[in-house]
Design a protein around this ligand. Sequence first.
Ligand code: FE2
Length: 348
Amino acid sequence: MIRVRKIAHASYEMPDLDKQTEYYTDVLGLTLTAKDKDAVYLANTVDHHSVVLRKGDQAKCVRVGFQISPEADLDEFEKQTKAHGVKTSRKKDPEPTIADMLVFEDPKGTTIEVFKRADFAHQKFGGKGVVPHKLGHVAFHCEDVKKVSKFYVDVLGFRESDWMADFFVFLRCGPDHHTINLMGTGSNRHFHTAFEVRNWGQLQEACDFLSLNGYRTLWGPGRHGIGHNLFAYHRSPNGLIITVLGNGAVPKNGSASLIVGLVFILGGVAIFVAVYTRYALAVQACVVENLGAWASIKRSVSLSKGGRLRIAAVYMLFLILSWIASRPSHGSLVWRQLRGTTESLSLL
Ligand SMILES: [Fe+2]
């Protein structure tokens, strides 16, 4: 399967194009790279544009662009998309730096644009405003979150990073924890768009800059549990929510998680056998000294058979729980929520 690899841009419609353009350039700190009678193109620092603004009767996010790798075949990607019963079309030279674009709709009505881009445009950092270095993710409210999530996984090749209960999914198409978030709230509309900054220092300066320029923080600064990102939300002049984002988690992929799990399980079995049989003191010394628990195990060797069994069982339980806590899905939710909350408190 050919998967999309990167979020490229988000396109919006809005009544007051000039005011919103001024916000993106002077406040958010993107660079205006092109403008024609229909559209304004704004860049972060890598691609020609990460945001496209067009005139419309109400503010909404209408399209999201994704890149496949330069080696992948767009014709093949179209074929595999059609195989899911999705109606597609092609556009030649639809936007600056995009020669060939595949267009189709996702189940909630957002237009998806998939294309290849061989080279970075090497935009320079802007000189004023927040100046995020990339478009991080776009989040949507959905009528049917499971259906839309399945579409992104099956058709676009996304992977699930996390679910919050059964109504909020975080999907990734690259190294970041999430690129598209979908929250089942009974309506299809934009939730927020996140732009990434380098670190907590830049986020702090961004919050100062926004508040001094009349942009009240809606939520944050703080750190999310799921995704573990630093965040601060505000509303842009057209009413849509923008998040300034930093320092997210990098998820392990499925096979890495499986390998970690197997190592924990086999380690647990080895300790169990070593402690229970008394025949593998060398293994105990090697494994357990590193855990700093040699003394307790040494004591356990002189215990009764039942005592050794109980200690070995506790070690097994500890190792299995450690493995569950290391998984990038539901198992780690409680742990990361606790960690996120603690760190958010420390920012107060
Ligand atoms: Fe977000």
